[in-house]
Design a protein around this ligand. Structure first.
Ligand code: ZN
Length: 57
């Protein structure tokens, strides 16, 4: 099932659904990889970013 990913648009200053979200891995402190989602704001087209928390399971 598809789940909407929400992020914060700094331009709109509002939380929105990220349009065209893609999962990426980014390096955090200590070289640990963290998962994040990137996409664009459906309203203004600004790049949005959301760090995903640790997965439950
Ligand atoms: Zn926006």
């Amino acid at each position: 099932m598809a789940e909407a990913v929400t992020g914060y648009c700094v331009k709109c200053k509002e939380k929105r659904e990220i349009s065209d979200p893609k999962e990426v891995a980014m390096k955090g402190k200590g070289g640990k990889e963290r998962r994040a989602m990137t996409g664009v704001c459906p309203k203004c087209g600004t790049k949005m970013f959301r760090i995903m928390g640790a997965k439950k399971e």
